[in-house]
Ligand binder design. Structure first.
Ligand code: FAQ
Length: 312
């Protein structure tokens, strides 16, 4: 029986069909999705912190309204994604517990500090730019609830990317020399961590082969990284900043850019918990959870009273 179900599942995948929550699926497929979707959700929620730091320091009312909207969107993305993961039979409490105890990962990128206002524009341009490159293919992920969540998320991410690029363009075209230098400094600091967001090289990516086979991933980590670099070079030129990689150059034969060696030891250190802000980020989430306990208790008490009221 199990064999027949698995054959039918594989045939659906091969035909490019979507899998719905109630459909039969192999246990490993379910586990892989819970891992990826919950980590993605955690990334959105932890990703609110670096930018949240700047809401009170935005230079104008317009920039503050935009940043506030962006950070709220990220909270919303986290919620769609937790809901998508819940359809696989994992509770939100279990997912939060995995995050708070350090068992679950979230994107390496959010363990870097946001030192200046130019970091806000640079996160929009590079971090959201990388996120879009990675996430547009997930709109066609074989697991339908994840794919549907990604469609809404990608529309909002493209606003996030544009607001960042526009903020940097304003500083680069109308700014003082000090503001232009601030943009270049931010790009220097965020470039390599952004390139690392796509994950380890294909030959060191244990999950890729199976996830590609199942249509969870549509492109490999290295393929997406290359597409991101190729798209970003021209944007950097228009902006008037340099990307901090002396080996970055167009390769006519490959019709793609060659680029310098990535410091993978830094990547593994950061995802292992030892990046510049890992402790601070995790502590902020744990504190928010603990300080919010009374809200959860009050909401539960309120919900418990509802049937009593109806009965009365
Ligand atoms: N950070 O075998 P693979 C955003 C882990 S965008 C941390 O290649 P996989 C928007 C990986 O989990 C950021 N860990 O794994 C935003 C695995 O460990 P595990 C979130 C990483 O899953 C913008 C191990 O390394 N986007 O939030 C990273 O096939 C601005 C081996 O790697 C997503 O999550 C990393 N960068 O491929 C918000 C997209 N890379 O789990 C606020 C969905 C790898 O076995 C502000 N996820 N690892 O313990 C994916 O596409 C995939 O999960 C990858 C990794 C591509 C991230």
């Amino acid at each position: 029986e199990e064999m027949r179900l698995e054959e039918r599942f594989d045939a659906h995948i091969d035909a490019g069909d979507f899998i719905e929550a109630k459909d039969w699926m192999p246990e490993h497929y379910r586990k892989t999705l819970v891992r990826q979707i919950s980590q993605h959700a955690h990334s959105e929620i932890v990703g609110m912190l670096p930018e949240g730091n700047w809401i009170g320091r935005a230079p104008t009312l317009k920039r503050k309204a935009i940043l506030l909207a962006k950070v709220q969107d990220e909270g919303g993305h986290g919620l769609y994604l937790y809901a998508a993961a819940e359809t696989l039979g994992t509770s939100r409490d279990q997912m939060f517990d995995a995050l708070h105890s350090g068992r679950a990962k979230y994107s390496s990128i959010f363990n870097y500090p946001t030192l200046t206002w130019a970091d806000m524009g640079t996160i929009g341009w590079l971090v959201d730019g990388a996120a879009i490159m990675n996430q547009v293919p997930i709109c066609r992920c074989s697991y339908a609830p994840y794919a549907r969540a990604m469609i809404r998320i990608c529309r909002e991410e493209s606003f996030h990317q544009r607001q960042g690029y526009e903020a940097l363009l304003t500083m680069m075209t109308h700014g003082t020399a000090a503001q232009k230098a601030m943009v270049q400094d931010a790009v220097n600091r965020w470039w390599w961590p952004s390139v690392m967001m796509f994950g380890p090289p294909d030959d060191q990516s244990p999950n890729s082969a199976q996830s590609m086979r199942w249509g969870i991933k549509r492109f490999s980590n290295d393929e997406l990284r290359q597409k991101f670099i190729d798209a970003t070079v021209e944007q950097a030129r228009i902006l008037g900043v340099t990307l901090p990689d002396p080996d970055l150059k167009w390769n006519e034969e490959r019709q793609a850019h060659d680029f310098g060696a990535i410091d993978w030891s830094e990547f593994w250190r950061v995802i292992g918990g030892d990046g510049p802000c890992n402790r601070e980020r995790l502590q902020a989430r744990v504190d928010a959870w603990e300080e919010g306990a009374w809200v959860r208790e009050a909401a539960t008490a309120h919900a418990n009273k509802q049937p009593m009221k109806e009965a009365a």
